[in-house]
Design a protein around this ligand. Sequence first.
Ligand code: NDP
Length: 434
Amino acid sequence: IAKNPGENEFHQAVKEVVETLVPCLERHPEYLSHRILERITEPDRIIQFRVTWQDDKGEIHVNKAYRVEFNNAIGPYKGGLRLHPSVNLGILKFLGFEQVLKNSLTTVPMGGAKGGSDFDPKGKSDWEVMRFCQAFMKELYRHIGANIDVPAGDIGVGGREIGYLFGEFKKLTHSWEGVLTGKGLAWGGSLIRPEATGYGATYFAEEMLNTRGDSLKGKTCAVSGSGNVAQYTVQKVNHFGGKVITLSDSNGTIVDKNGIDAEKLAYVLDLKNNRRGRIQEYADKFKCEYFEGMRPWFVKCDVAFPSATQNEVNKEEAQMLVDHGCFVVSEGANMPSTPDAVEVFLRNKILYGPGKAANAGGVATSGLEMAQNASFSSWGTEEVDMRLHTIMKRIHKTCVDTANEYGDPGNYVLGANIGGFIKVANSMIDQGIV
Ligand code: NDP
């Protein structure tokens, strides 16, 4: 903490992981003698830079930007870019650290990284977003490459932003390479990439339910957020025969007891991705309840999919979920539950899938996009979805097997942390002191 002052989210993420690694470190003293913990919690490098851009009126703005290249023991640095006013180094270090373990779990060879800026895309025109992305790439391009570091989307970075970033990278480097994932289908993107995180979190929930002879069919689900992850979670839950009754954004939550069916979801996609409106408009359109300033966790549901941002479920909300009968939590977002919320889930022995396992489908499919780019090929929808589904089942199995091996059956937190850590730790030892 003294070495990294003020990086609260980073401390939170490291503490949570290190606590669950204790039995693994006892079994593998070589990790301690090789100082793996100290090495794995210090990023390989952090690039920080200024982004200067002009708005539509010609006024000049300055933003802070970063790329945290955390660890490339098992593959090129890989992780998203976040554009949100809350972005700071502590948040990006937490996300980069989590990404190292998550990417290891996917079984695709990718290291971990994260980047972004405190630029706020809300209320900006397409031109302004384009100028910002171009200015951002003017520095970032020196540090990335298909075999070096491959950024992707995250909060505030979707297909539009990846397009502008990719266009500028090409212009600056005079090269076409798979340097970003989440690209458009016509220019090197992969089918199913936009859907992958939401689908993956849903597959993970289904796998967890299967361990109790149950499934999503007929289950009432609460989803938070209304962005990329939330949207495709709703689609997949519907596919499995469940019913989603909530969505939210940073202003409030809608509760639609009738369920968000395909037609209503199409409205949400248009509202959020094209018109960039607020979720309250859904309530006006479909005549359902809207709770200003609230998160969804007060509703009665069987399954919760936190899919907005970090620390969006606190202890009281976790308790409320459990008290109302929720017995499955599959995290689409990164670290959405506070440490004492996680404690509530574990104490009550509910099926709790932590983000680094449950939302790994997005980056796994980014890995599949990289594989397609590297081989100048593109795979069909069914093939990518089948691979995604297989990867999610494998991640689930790794969590279950590892938790069993370490004597804590059903603890997906321990399973994911140790499962992801061992591969990276062994690779670091194999590659010497670098
Ligand atoms: P989007 O930008 O598409 O959507 C984010 C959603 O969360 C929006 O509804 C947004 O509301 C809401 N939100 C964001 N910040 C806050 C906040 N501080 N308080 C309340 N609501 C907030 O992002 P994604 O769907 O891509 O990402 C959501 C989460 O999933 C993040 O934690 C991300 O790291 C994680 N994730 C994403 C992956 C991906 O493939 N996209 C992969 C793995 C994890 P508003 O519009 O009002 O800002």
